[in-house]
Design a protein around this ligand. Structure first.
Ligand SMILES: *Cc1c(COP(=O)(O)O)cnc(C)c1O
Length: 405
């Protein structure tokens, strides 16, 4: 069918993507606002129009329109896809119905018989995809501690095709040396894929460090308001872009028009939100570290965080997620029931703070033994710091924790 075959190589939505700004000359914060969709060339409107259409009229059958069917390409979604490509410094971006849609579509680059090396504390949904769906399709994986390059090297097989990184990892915020793993991966002809959800391109741009494909759950910091589910991918080269385009169109995992618009609305304030939340997260991590009744605090900005130096080499900030161990499952549940400000929920990266309980939420699918081995203890809580006043958040957590023993 023609709509499936056309636009395999995407055309930029030229009339929408006009900007007077030279992206080579401005800093990241400016690009967030002046990405190409800031003014609609046709009307001067201050936001990207919603092209709520599934198909496009062929005025001249010999000269088809730029977009012909919205699964293959939609002008509103296209602006978002160009926006994330600009922010990540890649050549082509893709928007999907969720982070998992972005991740699963990307894994479809592999074939039966292929093997992939994956960071052991990978996002729970990705773990589930690999161990209960892709395994049925003959795609094998080996989980390794990616903070240790020797383990990565040791997992290499003759059929290995890709390396999958998450740094900082969830929820214990372990740091992988992106350049080290990527250069080894390149030397062995492997594809490098990185889930950049926690840092966002505001703090970490993996493509600049050699990574081939960057993935996002845009549901988190990029969207930023707990009101849209979305995923994004960015390719480093046109060849990889063409492969992802074929998969996105062939699998039909695209993001809808309304959600594309909503996501762009959130992304414009990414810098301001990240900066504010990070300041608060640093304060929270320091406060927790000073308490005697907290077993461990995980935050890449803490002086005692293993991997802090590597993180600082590859990243310009520490982010807004702080994990901490209150000692037992019983106490964790007590805290979750006693807090008044944060949402007690799955997810992170929003304007409101979100407190989550990995053992029973994001990592519930993981067997208890594996979970404990990976530091996801029954007392571990993950705090995604939002935009509330940090002193209020600390006071709330203080009353929820009770007397410091
Ligand atoms: C939430 C999350 C995902 C999955 O994204 P969805 O939008 O929920 O499908 C993937 N990776 C990380 C690191 C996440 O936090």
């Amino acid at each position: 069918m023609s709509q499936d075959n056309q636009n395999e190589q995407s055309n930029p939505a030229e009339h929408l993507n006009q900007t007077k700004v030279d992206h080579e000359r401005v800093r990241f914060e400016t690009k967030l606002l002046h990405f190409g969709g800031e003014v609609d060339a046709a009307t001067g409107a201050s936001s990207v129009p919603l092209y709520q259409a599934s198909t496009f009229h062929h005025e001249d059958i010999f000269n088809p329109p730029q977009h012909d069917y919205s699964r293959s390409g939609n002008p509103t979604r296209q602006v978002l896809e160009d926006y994330i490509a600009l922010l990540e410094g890649g050549v082509q971006g893709f928007a999907y119905a969720s982070g998992m849609a972005a991740i699963s579509s990307t894994f479809m680059m592999l074939s039966a018989g292929d093997h992939i090396i994956v960071t052991e504390d990978v996002y729970g949904g990705t773990y589930r995809l690999l161990t209960s769906i892709l395994n049925r399709m003959g795609i094998e994986c080996t989980f390794v501690d990616m903070t240790d390059l020797d383990q990565v090297k040791g997992a290499l097989q003759s059929n290995t095709k890709a390396v999958y990184i998450e740094t900082p990892s969830n929820p214990t915020l372990k740091i992988t040396d992106i350049k080290e793993v990527t250069s080894w991966s390149k030397d062995n002809g492997l594809l490098t894929i990185l889930d950049n959800t926690f840092m966002t391109p505001y703090y970490q741009r993996p493509i600049e460090q050699g990574v081939d494909i960057v993935l996002h759950s845009a549901t988190k910091f990029l969207g930023g308001h707990s009101d849209v589910l979305a995923g994004l991918a960015v390719a480093r080269t046109p060849e990889l872009g063409a492969r992802l385009k074929q998969l996105q169109n062939g699998l039909g995992t695209v993001l809808g028009v309304q959600d594309s618009w909503l996501l762009m609305r959130g992304m414009k304030t990414l810098g301001a939100r990240m900066t504010y939340s990070e300041q608060s997260a640093a304060k929270l991590a320091a406060w927790l570290s000073g308490r005697k009744d907290i077993e461990a605090v995980y935050y890449p900005g803490l002086l005692n965080h293993p991997g802090r130096e590597i993180h600082e080499k590859q990243c310009s900030g520490y982010g807004a997620v702080v994990s901490f161990d209150v000692g037992s499952g019983e106490r964790a549940k007590q805290v979750l029931n006693a807090v008044k400000l944060p949402l007690v929920a799955v997810s992170l990266g929003a304007v409101e703070s979100i407190l989550s309980y990995p053992a029973m939420m994001s990592h519930a699918a993981m067997g208890e033994k594996v979970r404990h081995e990976r530091g996801i203890t029954d007392g571990l809580l993950r705090f995604s710091v939002g935009l509330e006043d940090i002193d209020d958040l600390i006071a709330d957590l203080d009353q929820a924790l009770g007397v410091d023993r």
